[in-house]
Ligand binder design. Structure first.
Ligand code: NAP
Length: 307
């Protein structure tokens, strides 16, 4: 793979940034990768584990002379970080981000960027429930999608370079308008997370009544919800606060569907339930056919060892 940028700076050194670092290094996509994290503790861990070629003690120092600066912090922190790096951005540099919401990030970052700096927001549709500098791995983006928002940048060559970086890290790249992105993600990611948080919350309430039965007998359905509901609280708080309209729209539709299913159960309408579940099963099949999950039983997991 050929080098795409001389210097890439990652602001925020958590799950997404550390995976980017490993994927960039795997393919030799940048001459140097510079990093910065808010806490001294994360910067110390990054230095110890060799995350980034150089770790700086301020965001402004890290952004200086970089060709690409990627904001890898929670959505709610994008504005203050953009403000911090703005004075040290060189003319011709590109700023990007990895935020799970696009319109709110654009509104937060755009006003701080000086003339002559390009802005190409992006969102890799990949991640696990883990966070922090040690949680990243080079394969995270392999065969996943990265959505790039191209229309704020008047230089197509800079959009193409960022897309090439994501392709080099293993991703497939699609371009999308920010509002459309936020609606699509409300359906495929944000509302499902909220439902998982709710279900685990309900079970936790029930768990207080039934002692540890909820944990002891957690079968696949509930267990899979708990994995999603273990996702980082700061990140997900910011996602819901910043993708309010689309999430509420999808949640409204979800509630309506839930009432219809509730009624079918109450009235014993087995045909309705059977038809409904047949349709949803087909959705799962198309995800597997698109190569976005495994058809292996139990998501290809090996059973946990007995303690
Ligand atoms: P993470 O592992 O928790 O790392 C977050 C990083 O941001 C840490 O380095 C943290 O610094 C820093 N940070 C947190 N609050 C900050 C603040 N107020 N000001 C400055 N820096 C702050 O999170 P992540 O999973 O990498 O997520 C980063 C971004 O990627 C988010 O915008 C998220 O929406 C997006 N994203 C996440 C996923 C996913 O599944 N995880 C997938 C796609 C996109 P310290 O370590 O010093 O606290």
């Amino acid at each position: 793979m050929t080098q795409i940028y001389d210097r890439v700076t990652l602001i925020g050194l958590g799950h997404i940034a550390s995976s980017m670092f490993h994927a960039i290094k795997r393919a030799g996509l940048a001459g140097e990768v510079v990093g910065y994290a808010r806490s001294a503790e994360t910067r110390q861990i990054a230095r110890e584990i060799g995350l980034c070629d150089r770790v700086c003690d301020s965001a402004a120092e890290a952004a200086k002379d970089a060709d690409l600066i990627v904001l890898c912090v929670p959505v709610g922190a994008m504005s203050s970080v953009a403000q911090e790096i703005a004075p040290s951005l060189k003319v011709g540099a590109t700023v990007s981000d990895v935020g799970s919401v696009k319109r709110a990030v654009i509104d937060a970052v755009m006003p701080h960027l000086p003339e002559g700096v390009h802005f190409v927001p992006a969102h890799p549709l990949a991640g696990t429930e883990h966070s922090g500098p040690a949680s990243g791995f080079a394969e995270l983006y392999d065969n996943r999608w990265c959505i790039v928002v191209p229309d704020l940048c008047d230089d197509p060559a800079e959009v193409a370079k960022l897309a090439a970086l994501w392709r080099g890290m293993g991703s497939n790249v699609d371009k999308m308008d920010a509002d459309h992105h936020d609606l699509v993600l409300a359906v495929t990611s944000h509302t499902p997370h909220l439902i998982a948080y709710t279900m685990v919350g309900v079970a936790e309430d029930l768990g207080r009544v039934t002692d540890s039965e909820v944990i002891k007998y957690s079968a696949t359905g509930f267990r899979d919800f708990t994995r999603i509901a273990a996702s980082d609280p700061t990140m997900w708080r910011d996602v819901f606060l910043n993708n309010k309209d689309a999430t509420l729209e999808i949640l409204g539709r979800f509630t309506e569907e839930l009432f219809v299913l509730q009624r079918a159960i109450r009235s014993g309408d087995g045909d309705y339930l059977h038809d409904y579940f047949t349709r949803t099963r087909a959705v799962r099949r198309s995800i597997i056919e698109a190569g976005q999950d495994t058809a292996a039983p139990n998501f290809g997991r090996t059973p946990a060892a007995k303690s």
